[in-house]
Design a protein around this ligand. Structure first.
Ligand code: GUN
Length: 294
């Protein structure tokens, strides 16, 4: 079997297109959805992500602010920036780019964000709502993965899903969302991680395998069953002297080997990555809509 390559750019473009009438009707009411991204320090990958988010806002006609701060920024100063954004009527979505410098308590900062503006879906209020299956702002990458599956008519209902990785931003929430009772869910979910024994025995059970470990080439061809759907969430920089930037981006999956065996596979880049940004735009528009209901 040769896998069909899931086109995240195409699905992300369709999702962004579908937001346009909602943005237009907000603008007709005098509301321009606004997103603020706070970037602390000079991590080049974070700067790239924040730049891509600002560009997506610009393309859709959303208001966006990028607040750049030096890595020496102290926690009370970041807290004060967040409080200011919570009170700012032009801003409907707040995103504090992670990772933050080590001297700042990331979880404490997340708690300060107004849950109604938490477009990352990281605030414990939104995490809790997601876990009990109630409406709230959903985390962008897990929600983007489900939208990708939906677009390709891959229904997780009754399927064996194996998630490799247990991070708070991908592994745990995607597992919770897929095991939920409901549409594009109802899966039998297993979460494997760095302490799991016999990883390949677990991954070979998967009808849908979601790799979110953050280590290149962790999922090799012999670790998947024939016909599996393989979703690669990894974004790893590996040195490549022949590449213009000196590095290449690779996922967590050995793409060439798995593409020979899978039924569907996401590439890196161009798979899950563009979906994260599309869902961030979607959450910003949703947050702006909700602000008009108050
Ligand atoms: N760092 C890596 N991914 C993300 C994300 O989705 N949101 C934020 N705020 N930081 C990140």
């Amino acid at each position: 079997m040769t896998a069909l390559i899931i086109d995240g750019k195409l699905v992300a473009a369709a999702i962004k297109e579908s937001l346009k009438p909602r943005i237009a009707s907000l603008k007709a009411k005098g509301v321009v959805p606004g997103l603020a991204a706070v970037l602390v320090g000079d991590d080049p990958a974070s700067a790239t992500y924040v730049g891509a988010k600002a560009k997506a806002c610009e393309d859709l006609g959303l208001y966006s602010e990028v607040i750049r701060q030096p890595k020496e920024l102290i926690e009370p100063a970041l807290a004060s920036i967040i409080h200011g954004l919570n009170a700012n009527k032009k801003i409907h979505g707040i995103l504090v780019q992670s990772p933050l410098p080590k001297h700042i308590d990331e979880e404490a900062m997340t708690l300060l964000i107004d849950p109604a503006k938490d477009v990352d879906g990281f605030h414990p209020f939104n995490v809790g709502m997601m876990l009990i299956g109630k409406p709230g702002l959903l985390p962008c990458t897990p929600h983007g993965i489900i939208k990708l599956l939906e677009h390709y008519r891959i229904d997780p209902d009754g399927k064996e899903v194996v998630v490799v990785g247990r991070s708070n931003i991908v592994g745990k929430p995607v597992a919770a969302m897929l095991m939920q009772k409901g549409k594009m869910a109802n899966a039998t979910v297993t979460v494997a991680h760095s302490r799991s024994k016999n990883l390949s025995e677990i991954t070979r059970r998967a009808d849908i395998l979601i790799a979110a470990i953050g280590r290149p080439n962790t999922i090799t061809g012999d670790m998947i069953k024939s016909g599996a759907v393989v979703i690669d969430v990894g974004v790893n920089r590996v040195e490549n002297p022949t590449a213009k930037k000196g590095y290449s981006l690779v996922g967590d999956v050995d793409f060439a080997a798995c593409a020979e065996k899978a039924s569907f596979i996401t590439p890196v880049p161009g798979g899950v990555g563009p979906m994260t940004i599309a869902m961030l735009m979607s959450n910003t528009v949703t947050a702006a809509e909700k602000s008009t209901e108050k």
